[in-house]
Design a protein. Sequence first.
Length: 276
Amino acid sequence: MIRTINFFSLAVSMLFLFSCAKQMTDAQQEKLPRKKTVELMEVMDSLSHRKPDFFYTKISTNFSDTTRNINFKTSIRMVKDSAINTLITYAKIPIVNSIITQDTVKIVNKKDKCYIIQSLGYIKDNFGIDFNYRNLEELVLGMPLDYDTTQKYFQIHDPYNYIISSHKKKSARRGDRPERADRQDEKDDIIIKYYLTNDGHGLKAMNIESPEDGTTIQVDYSSREMVENYNVPKEVLIVITSPKNVMRIELSYDKAEINQPQPLFLVIPEGYEMCK
């Protein structure tokens, strides 16, 4: 489960691992008919469970912040509940190959001719993110991040959007959530809002907020496509706003394949040393 987050690091890790459109404004939208919270929760429950056994895609990525603008490509092979294999290329040259499993991270850095083999805790230790393997699959597949069907959620009434939130509207400003007894330190909690599509059947955006450091992450799915009856991302915009920086990550999925097994591949070449 996601807990205390260094949000700058989250942006970097999301960029490494893989996952609007335009910002939504009231002027661009029509008022939506009211829906009961239980209806929206049924949709969220469904979206959080439907996951293919195998997934493959290529992603064109543009990353920019106040000092950099970088373009590269990534291929992703995923085996449900087992492993994610990513290969990052620049100018068609492989740069980084990695395999992440339920408990292990293996990375081969071809540029520096070194490798890393660590527990999954390596991500938390180096990027400040405390999440599990399931969260990585959710990011790749465009599923509701860290959604837990055993926890209580709330509908934020908005005439232009269907919103399910981890917090009530008032308490969201304080970052507390007394309904969840397992929260040991409420000030470290994060607030996640899930925006459903106008028909109330899909996920169109997520907003992740850290009250502690004033950083927000907005994930917008400008388009999706149906592949073997799975609604997978097509175009995604991730904007990370912190007090010191604004990062923008644009992802374009291409050639997505569902339930077509792909070989996972990672070899540590002879002569490579442990990365320092």
